[in-house]
Design a protein around this ligand. Structure first.
Ligand code: PAF
Length: 297
């Protein structure tokens, strides 16, 4: 496995792969890898000749009071996991290497960033857009793999790639979960035992909603939101940041009172939640397709 710490080293490795007409699959991460990342790497390995993994905790996507300084890191373990997934190239730049000078260019994807994490974390997606653009320009991947736990991030990146004609296929990959349903996240390590047990409520409430929607496609968006909020408030001590039901991937608002099978006919909607357990903010979501019935996708 080739470990590149500078852009120059990585560009040389990419040039070599391109010279041999090898396809490049790219998995951008902030490290502290878990099974969710491993599933992206395996999918990239199955689809491409060469897999590039980047590990970079991007300061530009953290707000002033967020967890940049305590974001978990374990380079040695990450490198071992990458090797076990068949990664060919790991890109591990420092902040100084990544941002040689203060960037004066902004990537601002409008509308899709107005709600959910875009509203709760102002500037977050500008930072994501900037670093993902830079990484795409350095890695020149044929395909890039992103987990659907960050469904809004996927929508933002797909929009950006389309708007800027970036020559890469975005491959959204399913959320990987613990046996009790908790979505895997590097931030789960922060949770106390009590909060860890409660955190499973997020996915469990989405599952219960799925069952209710399968039985009653006439539920409205407001009824769904109330149901999820009640579940979280009854079963956890967490503080709700948001529970929203929006069209996906446009992330536009749906008429709150109308029956979902009418208001979202033949389209997809997302139920997205963000809840703070102590100082740890977790997100989760479920995506649904409205056709004859409402199905989870
Ligand atoms: O999803 C993440 O881990 C980050 O937002 C990403 C895409 C690696 C950009 O820093």
């Amino acid at each position: 496995m080739n470990i590149c710490r500078t852009k120059q080293q990585l560009k040389l490795a990419v040039r070599e792969a391109k010279k041999q007409q090898q396809s490049i699959g790219f998995v951008p991460t902030m490290g502290f890898l878990h099974e969710g990342h491993a599933s992206l790497l395996r999918e990239a390995k199955a689809d491409n000749d060469v897999v590039v993994l980047s590990i970079f905790v991007n300061p530009m996507q953290f707000g002033p009071n967020e967890d940049l300084d305590r974001y978990p890191r374990d380079e040695e373990r990450d490198i071992a996991l990458a090797a076990s997934c068949g990664v060919d190239i790991v890109f591990l730049p420092t902040t100084e290497e990544m941002y040689k000078r203060k960037p004066l260019t902004t990537i601002k994807v409008e509308e899709v960033t107005n709600r959910l994490c875009g509203a709760s974390r102002p500037g977050h997606f500008d930072g994501v857009g900037l670093v993902v653009n830079k990484l795409f320009n350095i890695v020149l991947p044929d395909r890039a793999y992103f987990g659907m736990k960050d469904a809004q991030q996927v929508a933002v990146i797909e929009q950006m790639v389309q708007d800027l004609d970036i020559n890469v296929e975005i491959v959204p990959c399913p959320i990987i979960r613990e046996p009790d349903g908790l979505a895997l996240s590097s931030r789960n390590v922060y949770l106390s035992a009590k909060h860890r047990a409660e955190a499973a409520t997020l996915s469990q409430s989405l599952n219960k909603l799925h069952h209710k929607l399968s039985a009653d496609g006439n539920m409205s968006a407001d009824e769904c939101i109330t149901f999820i909020k009640d579940e979280i408030l009854t079963n956890t001590t967490g503080e709700i940041d948001y529970v929203e039901l929006l069209q996906y991937p446009s992330l536009t608002v749906i008429n709150g009172q109308a029956s979902l099978s009418k208001s979202v006919e033949n389209q997809r909607f997302i139920v997205a939640v963000a809840v703070k357990f102590g100082t740890t903010r977790l997100i989760d979501n479920a995506l649904f397709q409205v056709s004859e019935v409402i199905e989870r996708v």
